[in-house]
Write a protein that binds this ligand. Structure first.
Ligand SMILES: Cc1cc2nc3c(=O)[nH]c(=O)nc-3n(C[C@H](O)[C@H](O)[C@H](O)COP(=O)(O)OP(=O)(O)OC[C@H]3O[C@@H](n4cnc5c(N)ncnc54)[C@H](O)[C@@H]3O)c2cc1C
Length: 509
């Protein structure tokens, strides 16, 4: 139900009031906005409502995200990280660019790689991931406006609002994992999964939960269904898409245990890049009408990422990140090989060669997707999804193997690992003598192996593996989608032709 045209209540006005246009943000802009106003984030039994970026569990990740935004203002990077907004003339983040040519795609690639390299690919949710999705959704605003053009306008305006204010997005797609053998309406409580509770003049009231939102320190949250919505009347209340501030009243983020570590020496990655994951509770959250992208529309709910090209642009970003991550891990294992003198062993070379093969395959997939890009029905230059779809299915299967190579090459080196406190204790003399390496000091060796542990062993490293396995969806169902979507007919025809060659060939023996 869409209420009377032009009607806008007080809550809606409140949302619009916070629109201010500023273009690409600095890190300080991001932190200032993050700490202004009230939100509800829970971690380890503690409720944080203000100054979240200064909380010990979030300080490091907030600083890392701030650094990404600062890169947009680095004189050496600014041109490749930003472009001139078509609406304001301000420079805005390049991941918002609607690509119209292959050159545009390459610009997007370069920008995304620069952000991915900052964390060695360990930050899954640099802002470009969801910016890419929103860009594609907005380009297809007519798709959302099929039944009521105002939904299409909402998506378009939301994109411009996020772009001009350079806001950071998180998103949540999945119903709580209570009983997967039945849909959301058949759970013990129909409001377990977030659903429509009411519709009124102001907007739509949502009650229930969603999992899982990575990077709860975002400015805005987009909410879409990812599992197939059946067209039954029971399923309709779960069919909606919208974007609202993470500071919206009634919105609660329950974070998992923190893997953020204090010491950079001990945990060079976990001390900087624990982006957090949270269950999101909608405690009668009012979503203003102008933030609603679709409502009770099963067709849009089930097809929006495919039809808009959102999935392709997200896959493009994720694959660029995967290249950065594989390069980084190749750097780590090659340095381990040098450091302890094992690079001449044949099986070590074979293991490192496998990583090189994966890296070059991923790179080739990204390049192929760009080379074969075409304008889609919305006029957006869209990478070829075939190699990206193969790549997003391949990486979750092979990433655990990258961690295994680190373990296999490092062996007990991952356990003979003093921590920072040991380094500054009276043990230092022993450490310098007994932890030395073939070609480097004990301290350099320990730093390297601590980094290796953060990838291959620590809680942070385990979460990275889980992330790669699942963040793009259940690998089993993704493979099923690939199987069903991929056009196999030409190859089946070729087989048929060969089997019946005597009917086809002019030449008969
Ligand atoms: C670290 C991390 C970060 C994430 N970040 C985000 C995020 O930011 N936003 C977001 O929306 N989501 C996020 N996700 C969630 C991600 O989208 C899901 O993990 C993924 O879609 C799988 O869903 P699930 O976890 O509910 O697994 P389930 O669907 O519960 O699957 C559990 C097991 O049951 C099997 N199974 C369940 N149902 C079926 C079925 N119908 N057919 C076949 N097999 C089935 C699966 O194959 C799997 O083995 C994140 C996940 C992780 C691990």
């Amino acid at each position: 139900m869409w209420l009377k045209k032009g009607k806008m209540g007080t809550e809606s006005r409140r949302v619009l009031e916070v629109v201010w246009e500023m273009g690409a943000r600095t890190g300080s802009d991001y932190l200032r906005k993050l700490d202004s106003g009230q939100r509800e984030v829970w971690i380890a039994g503690e409720k944080i409502t203000r100054n979240v970026s200064r909380h010990p569990q979030f300080r490091a990740i907030a600083q890392s995200i701030a650094h990404l935004y600062d890169m947009q203002h680095d004189p050496e990077l600014a041109n490749q990280m930003t472009y001139v907004s078509p609406s304001s003339g301000e420079r805005v983040g390049l991941s918002f660019l609607e690509p119209k040519s292959r050159e545009d795609l390459e610009k997007r690639h370069k920008m995304m790689k620069t952000w991915a390299d900052y964390s060695g690919g360990m930050l899954g949710r640099t802002p470009d991931y969801l910016n890419s999705d929103l860009m594609a959704l907005a380009s297809a605003s007519k798709f959302f406006g099929r039944k009521d053009p105002r939904f299409g306008e909402n998506v378009r305006k939301y994109y411009e609002f996020v772009r001009e204010n350079d806001l950071l997005l998180t998103h949540t797609l999945i119903h709580p994992q209570a009983n997967r053998s039945v849909g959301p309406s058949k759970q013990s409580d129909p409001f377990l999964a977030a659903r429509i509770e009411d519709k009124n003049d102001e907007g739509v009231v949502i009650r229930g939960a969603r999992m899982l939102a990575t990077l709860p320190l975002a400015d805005e949250i987009m909410v879409f269904p990812s599992t197939v919505i059946r067209g039954t009347s029971e399923d309709l209340p779960y069919s909606f898409g919208f974007g609202i501030p993470t500071q919206t009243k009634g919105l609660k983020f329950i974070c998992r245990e923190s893997f953020a570590e204090e010491s950079r020496f001990d945990h060079p990655l976990a001390s900087r890049f624990d982006e957090q994951d949270a269950v999101v509770i909608f405690d009668d959250v009012l979503v203003p009408w102008e933030r609603m992208f679709f409502l009770e529309d099963v067709d849009i709910a089930n097809t929006l990422q495919e039809v808009t090209g959102g999935i392709v642009h997200m896959a493009h970003q994720a694959m660029v990140k995967n290249v950065a991550k594989t390069e980084f891990i190749l750097g780590v294992i090659s340095t381990i090989g040098d450091t302890i003198g094992i690079n001449e062993f044949q099986h070590v070379q074979e293991k490192i060669a496998k990583v090189i093969i994966l890296l070059e395959s991923l790179r080739a997939m990204v390049r192929a997707s760009e080379a074969d890009a075409e304008l889609n029905q919305w006029g957006v230059m869209t990478p070829d999804f075939k190699p990206l779809n193969a790549g997003r299915n391949l990486f979750p299967r092979l990433y655990p193997g990258l961690r295994a190579v680190i373990q296999q090459l490092s062996a007990s080196g991952l356990m003979a690992l003093p921590i920072e406190k040991d380094m500054w204790s009276e043990l230092r003399g022993d450490i310098d003598k007994y932890y030395q390496a073939k070609n480097t000091s004990s301290e350099e060796r320990i730093r390297l192996f601590r980094l290796a542990w953060d990838i291959a062993g620590s809680s942070f490293g385990s979460r990275q593996e889980l992330y790669e396995r699942f963040f793009f969806g259940d690998p089993v169902r993704m493979a099923g989608n690939l199987f069903n979507w991929y056009d196999k007919q030409p190859y089946k025809d070729r087989v048929k032709k060969l089997l019946h060659y005597e009917e086809e060939d002019g030449h008969k023996e």
